[in-house]
Design a protein around this ligand. Sequence first.
Ligand SMILES: Cc1ncc(COP(=O)(O)O)c(C=O)c1O
Length: 365
Amino acid sequence: MKPRQIVSEMDSYVPGRSQDEIAEEFGLNKEDIIKLGSNENPWGPSPKALAAIREEVNINRYPESDLRELIHEYALYSGVRDDQVIVGGDGADEIIDVLAKTFIEPGDEFIVPLPSYMYYEYLLLQYGAVPVYARWDLEENKLDVDSIIDSITEKTKMIFLCTPNNPTGTLISQKDISRIAEINEDILIVVDEAYFEYAEVTNKDLIDKYPNIFIIRTMSKVMGLAGMRVGFGLSSPEIIEYIFRIKPVFSLTRLSYIAALTTLRDKDYIERSIHDGIESREYLYRELDKMDKLKVFPSKSNFILFNVEDTGMTATELSRKLMAEGIIVRDCTSFKGIDDYWIRISICTQEENEKFIEIMKKVIE
Ligand SMILES: Cc1ncc(COP(=O)(O)O)c(C=O)c1O
C-alpha cells in the first residue's frame, strides 16, 4: 500500500535525543545523564500543578471541550482578550499544524529564515506547501529582513518569524516584524514566542494593530510542562474563530488542562522559573565565552548556540564525546542553513551547569 507522495518523499523529524537512548548507546546510568538537548525546564513543574494532577481522578471522562476557563487564564497572563486566544493539546506544534490546516492550499509558499525551528517545514510540507528560504545573518546574528521581503511572491501565504529564534537565541525587532506585516495583509505573519519569557519581550500588542499577525506560545519552557503538551495562539478573533472550527476537539487531556490552569495561577513558580532560567543562561554564557576555541552567541532564550570549528572537531564528533561523558547536547547538523560546526545547549541547574562546564573543558582540550 502506497502512502501519499509527500509522505514517501519526506524524512522524519529529528528531535533532541533522550536519556534512555543515550544510556543504552553508551552504557551509562540514566539518572547520571544531564540533558541539555531539548530546551526544557530543568527545575521540574510547579508543585501545585503536580498536586492538582494527582487529584484529577475523572480520567474515565472525556476532557473539557469548553476550554473557556483556561483560555481566560491565559488571556489574563498575556494581557489580551479571551477571543484572541486559542489553546492546543500537542503543544505549540499542534497550533502550527492547525494553522497549516486552516490556511494552506497545495502550492502555497511559506517563508522561513534559516536557521530556524525545523518543525514549521516538517508540518507545512505535509499540506503541500512549498518552503522558500530567507536568511538569518550568522555573522551579525540577526534576521536579514531584506531577504524575507525579497522572497515574497504572489504565492506567499505564511512567514515564520521565531523570536527569540531557535537555535540562534536572538530577538527579531518589533520594527522589523511590523515592516513585514504591513507588506500584504493576506500573508499570515507567524511570530513564534515559545521562549519570550526569557527575553522579557513580547509582540502581543501587534495583534490589535495587524489582523494578519499570529503569535505562538507554549507551556513547555518557562511553565515546565513539556510533557503535558499545551500550546497557545494569540491573534485576531476572526483567525481564532476559523481555527476553532477545525482544531482537534479533545487533544488537550484532562491532566494537561488541570496542570496548565494551576501553573498559570502559580505566579511564584512562573517568576522563579524566569529568574532562574535567565541566571543559568548568563552563567553558561560567561563560562563558555571564556573558552577560546568556542564562538558563543549571547542569548535571550533558555539555550545557547556556539560554534566549535576551532576545536578541530565537527559538532557531531564533539557531541558524541560529550554524550559518552553523560551530557546530551543538540548537534545542530539537522538544522538547515547552518554548517557542521554548531552545538546548542539548554539551561540547567547550577550543579549540572558546573559539571557540564568541567566536562566541556576536558573534552575540547
Ligand atoms: C521555536 C519553537 N516553537 C515551538 C516549539 C514547540 O513547542 P511545544 O513543546 O509546545 O510543541 C518549540 C519546541 O522546542 C520551539 O523551539
